[in-house]
Design a protein around this ligand. Structure first.
Ligand SMILES: Nc1nc2c(ncn2[C@@H]2O[C@H](COP(=O)(O)OP(=O)(O)O)[C@@H](O)[C@H]2O)c(=O)[nH]1
Ligand SMILES: [Mg+2]
Length: 335
């Protein structure tokens, strides 16, 4: 008979036949696959690549149900268009903005919510939380109870937004259920849907998440990956630039201020990243990377997928040098 047991950490179908294949475990009596076991016990990450087509199928199947959906977004890596998810899912949905703890404390929750509400978001409600710091989790649970249509609630979003961490937190806070989902700093930790029962009235369903193909994390080595993932509250760095001056972040990005009045650039990126300012354009560092030019309007952010964002106050022209496959875009300033 074919095994039907799934890993309780990542949802993959367990098998004990091929070490090289996903879902391998030494014995089908185990609850975890070997990969989850190693992540949990040794912090030993193994990268698995997942295609977004597979996830989109999962989203579409969630869209066929009537259950409430939590759409989890990482505040430092907000997608270019958070309403895109509505293409696949029409269900009642709460937009959960996670990792509030990495933004400076001076950034108020109300201000973030206002920012989104000004764009007329198609969500029942927008809630800012920090799973790590246990911020607003009680309130989130209250609102889940208020909006839920059945006892099932799906948790969707991009990989690394903190979906599994959030479900673990809800389990820990409100249930006797001692199982845990596998979490890790790397994308594609959760491989399939996993049901987690909080109580008789609420079961959360974890999903793998969309992979950000345009994220800078796909193009850096392990050490740089660690450096650019903020673990603590970001201390913003502000630089006053005149035209002809430039900012360089590690060997990742170069930003040349080409045209405009004296301007203020504030970086919201991991504190561990080294930033240099060049006072004239004679330095050629990183100019071999691919170039894109933006006409910044008053009070906009330049967003670099996976790295963070740069608030630029005045209008002006900038040249951005970066790996050609990393997504960048501008938006009205978040902060
Ligand atoms: N700073 C911070 N990190 C978080 C928070 N929630 C999750 N993380 C981290 O984000 C990474 C991805 O979490 P995970 O739950 O695996 O994301 P998933 O792919 O959406 O399931 C892990 O390193 C978590 O520790 C949070 O509220 N604050
Ligand atoms: Mg996960």
């Amino acid at each position: 008979m074919k095994n039907e047991k799934h890993c309780s950490g990542c949802g993959v179908l367990l098998q004990d036949e091929n070490v090289m294949q996903e879902g391998y475990t030494t014995s089908l009596d185990n609850d975890l696959c070997q990969r989850c076991f190693r992540i949990k016990n040794y912090g030993d990450y193994q990268v698995v690549t997942r295609s977004n087509e597979e996830y989109i199928e999962i989203l579409k199947s969630v869209g066929e149900k009537k259950d409430l959906v939590l759409y989890v977004v990482d505040l430092l890596n907000i997608e270019k268009d958070v309403t895109d998810i509505r293409k696949y899912i029409q269900n009642k949905m709460i937009l959960v903005l996670n990792k509030k703890d990495v933004l400076p404390k001076s950034v108020k929750e109300e201000k973030i919510i206002q920012y989104f509400e000004n764009m007329e978001m198609p969500f029942e409600e927008i809630i800012v939380i920090s799973t790590e710091k246990n911020q607003n989790i009680d309130y989130l649970l209250k609102r889940i109870k208020f909006y839920q249509t059945t006892n099932l609630v799906y948790v969707v979003g991009h990989t690394n937004a903190g979906k599994s961490t959030l479900i673990n937190k809800l389990l820990k806070n409100y249930s006797d259920n001692t199982s845990e989902l596998t979490i890790s700093p790397l994308p594609s930790t959760t491989l399939n849907t996993v049901k987690m029962e909080i109580n008789d009235y609420l079961t959360l369903i974890d999903t793998p998440g969309l992979v950000d193909i345009g994220s800078i994390v796909n193009f850096v080595d392990k050490d740089m990956f660690k450096k650019l993932s903020p673990k603590k509250e970001i201390k913003p760095k502000t630089y006053q630039l005149k035209k002809g001056q430039a900012i360089v972040i590690e060997d990742l990005v170069r930003i040349d201020y080409r045209e405009g009045e004296k301007n203020s650039f504030t970086l919201y990126i991991s504190n561990d990243l080294r930033v240099k300012r060049f006072l004239n354009h004679h330095h050629e560092d990183l100019k071999d990377l691919s170039k894109r030019t933006y006409e910044m309007k008053f009070n906009e952010d330049l967003v670099i997928n996976g790295l963070g964002f740069i608030k630029i106050v005045n209008q002006g022209t900038i040249d951005v040098y970066i790996n050609k496959d990393v997504e960048t875009f501008t938006r009205k300033s978040l902060i």
